[in-house]
Ligand binder design. Structure first.
Ligand code: AKG
Length: 263
């Protein structure tokens, strides 16, 4: 257990993935919550080593081609150790308590802000990008594999925005874009959430969020497991994860490409 002198850092989750009802309530009212100590020190070291190795071997395959982040998608299908993290039963147990429904993996991605990338990920919602229909809820588990203070690029959230379900996709390169859709959102409190390695934030796919720039010498390595309602169907719109699959609108997003996480 690490102490900061001000805070006693501790785990918010037991080995089986149970969290206190207050955390579930906080997630449901704010649209995000921090869960400390989802991974223990040994797990952090193992997953960080695997993620860093995968990053070195695959950096050139980044889906994002600019300085915002290096983005490696569906790592769980390519690296067995990182796959254990994506399908981690403790992480999934927390996600299902927060969501209150059965979930599947939509996809994962490793999001790395390289040292001194100096570029923020601007405010956006996730769900408008996704080709989903018939879903009741979806959420991301953003796992810090290194310490992520604000200066290394932690996330900030707009509490309560998980109820805003009608917006078009927003440009995460454009600081203004979300606020042009609703100028009132500019005046909401912005909650910035630093994480120690092994901590996690969960955010609803409709919650407005951004990540600060990395202004440090060390890479910000985050691994994000994204969960969708187990009943989700394909809407028919284009997305890099579903485009190669030859799906028809209305097909269920299930089977081995969209597994239920490990139990
Ligand atoms: C997400 O996980 O939905 C994000 O937008 C993360 C942004 C980042 O880590 O830079």
């Amino acid at each position: 257990m690490a102490t900061s002198g001000v805070l006693e850092w501790q785990s918010d989750v037991d080995r089986a993935g149970r969290v206190a009802p207050e955390l579930v309530e906080r997630y449901r009212s704010d649209g995000f919550v921090r869960v400390r100590g989802v991974l223990d020190d040994e797990e952090v070291a193992r997953f960080r080593t695997a993620a860093a190795g995968f990053l070195e071997a695959h950096r050139s395959e980044s889906f994002a081609k600019d300085k915002v982040f290096t983005q490696l998608v569906n790592v769980w299908r390519q690296d067995a150790t990182v796959g254990e993290l994506t399908l981690h039963p403790r992480l999934a147990a927390v996600a299902e308590q927060l969501a209150g429904i059965r979930l599947r993996i939509w996809h994962d991605h490793m999001l790395v802000k390289e040292p001194h990338n100096e570029v923020a990920t601007e405010f956006h919602q996730d769900r408008p990008y996704w080709p989903h229909t018939e879903d009741r809820h979806s959420l991301s588990a953003w796992v810090a594999l290194v310490d992520v203070p604000p200066e290394r690029g932690c996330m900030s959230f707009l509490p309560g925005t998980q109820t805003l379900t009608g917006f078009r996709p927003q440009d995460l390169h454009n600081e203004e874009d979300l606020f042009t859709l609703d100028p009132e959102l500019r005046w909401l409190p912005r909650v910035t959430v630093p994480l120690r390695a092994g901590d996690c934030t969960f955010h609803s796919s409709y919650t407005g969020h951004m990540a600060l720039a990395n202004r440090t010498d060390q890479a910000r390595i985050a691994h994000v497991a994204i969960y969708m309602d187990a009943e989700t169907a394909y809407s028919g719109t284009s997305h890099p994860v579903t485009d190669p699959l030859g799906l028809a609108p209305g097909d269920r997003l299930d089977g081995p490409m969209f597994p239920r996480p490990a139990r």
